[in-house]
Design a protein around this ligand. Structure first.
Ligand code: NAD
Length: 334
């Protein structure tokens, strides 16, 4: 019965520390009997100039709808395109969601941060359209479309409603980019009218960054164009202790891929030293996306419990536990 009602999840363990941290998630899911079946996706990253996933495998990812991805190395100066860019493009993953919640036992300036950055993921400053107009002059196009603004704004308000959040703040620079950021604001405002129970405000992105570091409690859910989201989400990660503790989700109309924000950490790969917390927190986000709240809460409580105890911590957090020891400590708390 358990298997019949299980959801098939695309599993992309990645490389470097990817398989080690992914194994930790699989072991913890097994221990809680989370109703998921892992469908391991084969990568073709070794083939020069090819897409990192074959057409057959990407069809599997599309059909499974939800996936969990470990970090993947992006080759420099040749090789395949970045896996993240490829997946975002193929599956139109238009919203990047990064919750930054204080982790018990990890000492930072503020101990009760609870912020969510929702970043437009497909256009804006990262549309990749740049060219040399005349020698020495580059034109870099920032594309802002009504369609992309509307769907990311709608996702932000839907997210706020689903998770009982109180306010959505739109970050912009419409005082300078009157048409582009102006359109982003106009559409977000329009969507906000359909959610009268959720507060709405608009802030210049530079002012908002200052406010965030001075008092992160001023914000709740924040929605913004691509480049601002890239920067603001790292500011928020810094507030809770860094990228190693930050989960993320890439959401599209039909697909969602969850992943840790850190990279493949080649310096510690294969040494059983990696901290799996970020991928674990991403897998908890994935469970909530699937409405498996009980399993998500149970795993989150166990992870927070182990971190708060501070006895079994990986090396990056000042401890000496291996990935396996840390995983076992979480399992024993479930
Ligand atoms: P990185 O995040 O891999 O490593 C930076 C530092 O943080 C290293 O010292 C590493 O040991 C440490 N670190 C990272 N994750 C850790 C963890 N879970 N536990 C303990 N320590 C951890 O960044 P990098 O070295 O700049 O990138 C390495 C490769 O990863 C590159 O090829 C890059 O393109 C790729 N990358 C992939 C993703 C992704 O797949 N989402 C994201 C970022 C970078």
């Amino acid at each position: 019965c358990q298997r019949l009602s299980s959801t098939k999840i695309s599993a992309i363990p990645g490389d470097g520390i990817g398989p080690e941290v992914f194994q930790s998630v699989v072991d913890i899911f097994d221990a809680t009997q989370a109703p998921v079946i892992w469908d391991v996706i084969k990568l073709s990253t070794k083939m020069e100039g090819k897409d990192p996933i074959s057409p057959e495998e990407i069809e599997k990812v599309r059909a499974n709808k939800v996936g969990l991805k470990g970090p993947t190395t992006t080759p420099i100066g040749g090789g395949h395109v970045s896996m993240n860019v490829f997946l975002r493009r193929e599956l139109t993953l238009y919203a990047n969601v990064r919750p930054c919640v204080s982790v018990p036992g990890v000492k930072t300036l503020y101990d009760d941060v609870n912020l969510v950055t929702i970043r437009e993921n497909t256009e804006g400053e990262y549309s990749g359209k740049e060219h040399e107009v005349v020698p020495g002059v580059i034109e870099n196009l920032k594309i802002v479309s009504e369609k992309a603004c509307l769907r990311v704004a709608k996702y932000a308000f839907e997210y706020a409603a689903k998770y009982g959040r109180k306010k959505v703040s739109a970050f912009h620079k419409a005082s300078v980019m009157k048409m582009g950021d102006g359109l982003f604001l106009k559409k977000t405002r329009e969507v906000g009218k359909d959610y009268p129970m959720i507060g709405y405000e608009e802030r210049n992105v530079d002012t908002a960054c200052g406010m965030l570091v001075a008092n992160p409690h001023l914000f709740d859910v924040m929605v913004m164009p691509n480049l601002y989201g890239d920067i603001v989400s790292d500011v928020c990660a810094g507030l809770i202790g860094g990228l190693g503790l930050t989960p993320s989700g890439n959401i599209g109309e039909n697909n969602a891929i969850f992943e840790a924000v850190h990279g493949s950490a080649p310096d510690i790969a294969g040494k059983n030293l990696a901290n799996p917390t970020a991928l674990l927190l991403s897998s908890i986000m994935m469970l909530r996306h699937l409405n498996l709240f009980d399993h998500a809460d149970k795993i989150e409580k166990a992870v927070h419990g182990v971190l708060k105890d501070g006895v079994t911590k990986t090396r990056d957090l000042g401890g000496s536990a291996t990935t396996t020891e840390y995983t076992k400590a979480i399992i024993s708390r479930l």
